[in-house]
Design a protein around this ligand. Structure first.
Ligand SMILES: NC(=O)c1ccc[n+]([C@@H]2O[C@H](COP(=O)([O-])OP(=O)(O)OC[C@H]3O[C@@H](n4cnc5c(N)ncnc54)[C@H](OP(=O)(O)O)[C@@H]3O)[C@@H](O)[C@H]2O)c1
Length: 270
């Protein structure tokens, strides 16, 4: 099956390419879609003739979106819409940030959303409009993801690397939020391609607060890191029952971290 991957040199896209190739897909990296027009997107899709598109290209930094809302709108709403208009079945990455202003304490199911920042508002608008244009679209609300560095691929700041590299870190003792091993995300894609169109919470559940999660990892790896309380933060934890009902069951956050530690042979650092 030919799969076009946008953002193939990004944090998620590079791992998606790697996994799809290993699983025997004809994975085709897209050129950069920065500063592109709708025509440019059309012509790439026309040339590649994919059966499926995995769209990871985005402006995913919350601060950048807050400071440059027009740029964010173009990258996070217009670009995905141009892709949806092609009619090709597409997996679009969205975010758990769509729950950042919810009134309830969660865990949040797909129909309870209240975005509290520009990035999240744009992602939510993208989800709704993309589904209107192409109801076969699969929207994946991802959690914060992590991995160790990969040769030749940028590794953006992530929970695991922060814990391994920094001398001190602050995490909230009130925030419950899933954190997911990005290789598990990539690993589920062959099944995800066959999901019916719709919105799915897509990642690890977590019953622990962020500070408890960090303390657990510190203890497991005997890390020399000082952990402090970052104070009140909104919950972002998700209920993934809809995804589980489709046969896709992510490990819990702690079990995902255990898997990553095993894959990279991470042992006690002291
Ligand atoms: N990383 C996370 O923890 C996380 C959490 C939740 C959701 N997500 C979502 O998952 C997807 C992938 O995230 P990521 O961490 O892989 O992102 P990323 O590494 O920051 O960026 C992915 C790619 O997006 C492209 N890009 C950057 N600016 C662009 C622009 N203005 N217009 C068009 N393309 C642009 C770049 O590709 P080129 O260099 O080829 O242009 C970049 O490599 C995104 O939709 C993100 O919102 C990520």
């Amino acid at each position: 099956m030919r799969v076009l991957v946008s953002g193939p040199r990004g944090f998620v896209g590079a791992r998606v390419m790697d996994q799809l190739i290993r699983d025997g897909f004809d994975a085709v990296p897209s050129p950069s879609f920065r500063n592109c027009s709708e025509e440019d997107v059309k012509s790439v899709i026309c040339r590649v003739q994919p059966e499926v598109i995995v769209h990871t290209a985005a402006i995913s930094d919350i601060g950048t979106c807050e400071q440059n809302p027009e740029l964010s709108y173009r990258a996070n709403v217009e670009l995905p819409l141009w892709i949806a208009k092609s009619g090709v079945k597409t997996l679009f990455f969205s975010t758990d940030q769509v729950y950042s202003g919810c009134e309830s304490d969660g865990p949040y199911a797909e129909d309870e959303t209240m975005p509290a920042n520009t990035y999240a508002r744009h992602k939510l608008e993208m989800e709704q409009r993309v589904l209107e244009v192409n109801p076969e679209s699969v929207l994946l609300r991802a959690t914060w993801m992590y991995d160790m560095p990969m040769y030749g691929v940028p590794n953006r700041g992530n929970f695991l690397m922060n814990m391994l590299r920094q001398k001190s870190c602050a995490f909230s003792s009130t925030q419950r939020r899933g954190v997911t091993y990005v290789r598990e995300v990539a690993g589920w894609l062959p099944q995800t391609i066959h999901l019916p169109g719709g919105i799915y919470n897509y990642g690890s559940e977590n019953d622990l607060t962020m500070l408890e999660t960090a303390r657990w990892l510190k203890n497991e790896l005997q890390l020399d890191i000082e952990l402090s309380d970052a104070g009140l933060r909104h919950h972002l934890w998700m209920n993934t029952d809809k995804l589980k009902a489709s046969g896709i069951c992510f490990k819990s956050t702690v079990d995902g971290l255990r898997q990553c530690m095993e894959d990279y042979q991470l042992k006690s650092f002291n």
